[in-house]
Design a binder for this molecule. Structure first.
Ligand code: GLY
Length: 401
């Protein structure tokens, strides 16, 4: 037994289940190629570049596409960038460019929410990473500048939902754990411009969130509401979870992803330690198949819906964490945990196969509102293919060494 961060991993002495089998590069490539085939089918069903896939409602086969504007707008372009990265297919690159370009129209309007990172990093950020296109870089900097207008100096965090301030519950300044993901856009803009305020704001947001949003048991609150004059946390509540004090699975996954990314960008050990503690709390709550129920505390478990999107976010985050960790045993531990999540997501229980055009089934968007429950959702596919591409890179570099 190797004991890490309060949880344990039984190694080779025990017979491994199928989910514990290590991935090969060939298997990963086959899976990425299957994602490409599915993406090609979806490209054939989309009518124009102004709409992008969001969900496949129950009983349907094709994606329901939404007009450019919502928080999920960038994921389809991002999926195409990852398919291009994983296959080198020039046709897919052309499509990625077209869908990416369309997203720029969001910048014609004043910033409406914290989601600029979700939208622009997945599309323009990946486009810049893979092509070096300077126009993509400039667009990311403009998007980051727009996001920075939501930063409140008194509180030290970004206002996540300006529109919700109309409701007493979320006023005067709300910050949701999902917001951690958007800090990546600020770091990117700081790296690529002379404006270091982006960096300062991102670090402040991560520190204040760590202080107020993480519970003593390393699980997270979904929403913290702050007094915008004193900076004091005045309410700790949920929006998409089962209860204010429950552990909403995707929120915990966003936190792991966010703090791993913050450590990559800053090298600050406190963010690495945070990411590891959040991971420990997530892993010890997982069911056998490594795909969480939508909320770890739903009393309906085991009859509650799963959330494949949370598993995909966590798998991708743990591959990042594994790459950043220096201790060899812990590095391997995080990689193996992520590999298991990807095995489970790639099994017939979650992989949609011929049933519909998505990569993955069984994601849950907003259970309390009963919307987007137990269906394919675009961000699950985005983080799934990101994780497949990340793992392929890790295995290729292991092969070289
Ligand atoms: N706002 C992102 C989510 O639903 O997880």
């Amino acid at each position: 037994m190797i004991c890490l961060s309060g949880f344990s991993l039984t190694v080779s002495a025990q017979v491994k289940s199928d989910l514990d089998l290590p991935w090969t590069i060939k298997e990963l490539q086959n899976r990425i190629d299957s994602c490409e085939s599915k993406a090609m089918v979806t490209l054939g069903t989309l009518k124009n570049y102004k709409r992008s896939p969001r969900t496949i409602p129950a009983g349907q086969i094709h994606w329901d596409a939404k007009p450019t504007g919502g928080w999920t707008t960038g994921f389809w372009a991002g999926i195409l960038w990852y398919v291009y990265e994983g296959t080198g297919d020039a046709k897919i690159k052309k499509e990625a460019e077209q869908f990416t370009e369309e997203i720029k129209t969001i910048l014609d309007e004043p910033v409406r929410s914290h989601d600029m990172g979700f939208i622009f990093n997945s599309s323009f950020g990946n486009g810049y990473r893979l092509t070096g296109n300077q126009a993509y870089k400039q667009t990311c900097i403009i998007a980051a500048d727009s996001l920075s207008h939501l930063f409140n100096e008194k509180v030290g965090t970004i206002l996540s939902w300006p529109a919700q301030v109309r409701s007493n519950l979320y006023a005067p300044h709300n910050t949701i754990i999902d917001n951690m993901i958007n800090l990546e856009l600020l770091f990117m803009a700081s790296d690529n411009s002379s404006n270091k305020e982006f960096y300062r704001m991102a670090v402040s947001h991560a520190d204040v969130t760590m202080k107020n949003q993480v519970r003593p048991d390393s699980t997270v609150y979904h929403v913290v509401v702050y007094d915008d004059m004193t900076g004091k946390a005045i309410r700790k509540i949920t929006h998409q979870g089962y209860a204010d004090n429950s552990v909403w699975a995707r929120g915990q996954a966003w936190a792991i992803y966010g703090y791993s990314m913050c450590y990559r960008e800053t090298g600050e050990d406190r963010f690495l330690q945070m990411a590891k503690q959040l991971t420990g709390a997530y892993l010890e709550r997982l069911p056998e198949d490594a795909v969480p129920y939508w909320d770890f505390d739903d009393p309906a478990i085991p009859n509650a819906p799963r959330d494949a999107s949370a598993a995909a976010v966590a798998a991708s985050a743990l591959l990042e964490l594994s790459g950043l960790e220096k201790n060899a045993a812990e590095k391997l531990y995080y990689q193996k945990a992520a590999e298991k999540m990807l095995r489970s997501l790639s099994s017939p229980a979650y992989w949609s196969g011929h049933q519909n055009d998505a990569f993955l089934m069984h994601s849950t968007g907003n259970r309390p509102k009963n919307t987007e429950v137990d269906i394919p959702i675009i961000y699950a596919d985005y983080y799934y293919i990101e994780a497949l591409v990340r793992l392929k890179k890790i295995l290729l570099s292991e092969k070289k060494n």
